[in-house]
Design a protein around this ligand. Structure first.
Ligand code: DC
Length: 221
């Protein structure tokens, strides 16, 4: 770690690659805290939907963002004190979050909150732009990938475990749409930071990925 590097592990990558679980476990192993920035974009989307606002209602959107009260305690996400951890995983929020997270003003507000939280270091933070935009001085940047098929397979099994009966082709097509939107948007698109290490987890178990990240961090603190 150079003198100016922040002791923080940034984990970026496409959806369905297992970033949240990996980040949470890596944080637990190091005795650090974990921040799920995707959950913040989801909670902001839920707030917009509940207020019946569209991204075009700029003055109302500004007011909502100015009063946006988000908090994370462990794995739970709170919006104005209410636990919305389940609500932010609904289909409606999952569909709505792509345009909301592409809005420059929304990103400005959430990035500011993320920087405030992580500024003291000893955090593992996962998202799409953590190593490139939010914490460019993080000591450890991981770009976590897996093949589209491997990611869709994991998502498919997750949905099945929840009692749903999805079609694999639908899961894969939905994921491709999100990959495309995340990596081609104008503001903070998903991309690997120049100083990030890329880890292809297609053939790895979750435990192996966590071991790899912790070992890499301990070797290059
Ligand atoms: O990781 P997730 O599926 O919970 O993320 C939800 C959405 O938020 C997804 O469309 C990508 C977006 N996102 C983002 O743009 N920047 C981040 N740092 C984290 C998530």
């Amino acid at each position: 770690m150079t003198a100016s590097a922040l002791p923080l592990i940034a984990i970026d990558g496409p959806s369905g690659v297992g970033k949240s679980t990996t980040a949470r476990r890596a944080a637990a192993r190091l005795g650090w805290q974990y921040l799920d920035t995707g959950a913040m974009y989801r909670a902001a989307t839920l707030a917009l939907q509940r207020a019946g606002l569209s991204l075009e209602d700029r003055p109302a959107l500004e007011r909502l963002l100015a009063g946006l009260d988000l908090a994370q305690e462990g794995t739970r996400i709170f919006l104005a004190g209410e636990d919305v951890s389940e609500a932010i995983r609904s289909q409606e929020v999952t569909r709505g979050v792509t345009p909301v997270s592409a809005d420059a003003r929304v990103r400005e507000v959430l990035v500011e909150q993320q920087r405030r939280v992580g500024a003291s270091g000893r955090w593992v933070v996962d998202g799409r732009d953590i190593g490139t935009v939010v914490f460019p001085h993080a000591c450890c940047k991981i770009f976590l990938t897996a093949s589209p098929e491997a990611r869709a397979r994991r998502r498919f099994l997750e949905l099945e475990a929840k009692g749903q009966a999805p079609l694999f082709e639908d899961v894969l097509a939905d994921q491709r749409r999100r990959d495309e939107a995340d990596s081609t948007r104008a503001v903070a698109p998903l991309r690997k930071a120049a100083d990030a290490v890329e880890l292809d987890s297609s053939a790895m178990t979750l435990d192996q990925v966590v071991d790899w990240i912790v070992a890499r961090h301990l070797a290059h603190p």
